[in-house]
Write a protein that binds this ligand. Sequence first.
Ligand SMILES: Cc1cc2nc3c(=O)[nH]c(=O)nc-3n(C[C@H](O)[C@H](O)[C@H](O)COP(=O)(O)O)c2cc1C
Length: 372
Amino acid sequence: MLRYMTAGESHGKCLVAILEGVPRGVKLDQKLINLQLKKRQMGYGRGKRMKLEPDKVKILSGVRKGYTTAGPITLFIENKDKTLDRLPPVTCPRPGHADLAGMLKYNIHDARDILERASARETAARVAVGAACRLFLAEFGIDIFSHTKYICDVNAQIKQLSFEDIKRNASKSAINCADKYAESLMLRRIEQVKRKGDTAGGGFEIIVLNLPPGLGSCMHYDRKLDGRLAFELMSIQAIKGVEFGLGFEGARLPGSRFHDAIYLKGKKIVRKTNNAGGIEGGMTNGEPLRVTCAMKPISTLMNPLDSIDIKKKIAKKAAVERADVCALAAASVVGENVAAFVLAQAMLEKFGGDSVSETIRNYKGYMNSFKF
Ligand SMILES: Cc1cc2nc3c(=O)[nH]c(=O)nc-3n(C[C@H](O)[C@H](O)[C@H](O)COP(=O)(O)O)c2cc1C
C-alpha cells in the first residue's frame, strides 16, 4: 500500500513528506521533482511569496545513487520565509478560509496556528510526493497533464484541439490555458478583480493518457477509483467540486446522448466519445482519464469582507495576509500530482511488486492476457 504523510507550517522551518511503499528501482530524478515544485509556484495572479526563490526538494532517505531502495522516502523542502514565531496573531477570521471554523474547533482567539497548517503552502509537500509517483507511472508510459477550463466567467474552447495541442499550448501559457484567445480574456479578468481588491476562482481539467483498463474496482465502495480520486482532489485547498468526463452537465442529458457507445475497429474495442471521463463502475475503462476540479475564489481579499474581532467581540474587517488573486495554474499542478499519487497507488494494488521490474513484469503479463 502506497501512503504518505506531510508536516510543516506555511511560515515554519520546512515542509516534509514521508512517502512509503514505492517499489525498489524507480529512478527518482530530483530535477523533475523540482520542476513540478517550480510549476506550482508559477501562474499569473500569484502573490508576492511566489517571487521568493523557487522551492527545492532534498531527498533525505529511501533513495540511493538516484534509485529508490523500497524504504520510506523523506522529501524535505526548506521554507524561504521562516517568520512563524514573529508573525502577529490573527483575530479577525477571513470568510472562506479555515480561520473561524478552526478557532471554534480548538477554542482559541488567534487563528495563526490554524491558517499556518490549513494554508495551501502544504501542497508543496503533496506536489513533491506526486512528482515522485509520476516518475513511477512514467515507467508504464502514463502521461499526466492539465489545462485551465475557465476562470470566473471566461471559458476556454478546446474541442478542436488534440491532446498534444492541449498539453503544448497549456505549457506555454501564463495561466495554463490551451486556448490563446481565452487566455488573454482570463488575464484581463484577473487584472479586473485584482484592481477591486477581489479574487478569482475557476476550473481546471486533469488528463491522464495510457492508463491500463481495470484500475480501481467495482466490488467495494472504498476501492472505486472515481471515489478515491474525488476524495483526494477535494482535499486540495479551495477545491469545491470534482467532475469526471462531462460531469454535472452530463446529468442533464438523456442516456442515449451521454453514454459512450462501444464499437470494434478490427479487433480493437473503441469508443467515439469519452463522456464518462475514462472511468466506469469505479474502474478505468481504457479511455483517457478526464477529471475537472472547480476551485472557489481565494478567500483572502485585499478589500476585505465583513468579519468580527473574536477577542474584542466587535465588528471588524477580515484579516489581510499576503495572498494570491488567482491560483488556478498552481492548483492544476497540485491536482496533477495528487492524481499521480492515487493512480500510483491503484497501479501498485493491481500489479504489486517489491521492485519496479517486478511491477512491470506483472503489468505486461496482464496487458498481454486480454482475450479480445
Ligand atoms: C495553489 C493554491 C494557492 C492558494 N493560495 C491562497 C492564498 O494566497 N490565500 C488564500 O486565502 N487562500 C489560498 N488558497 C486557498 C486556501 O488555502 C483555502 O481556501 C483554505 O485553506 C480553506 O480551505 P477550503 O477552501 O478547502 O475550505 C490557495 C489554494 C491553492 C490550491
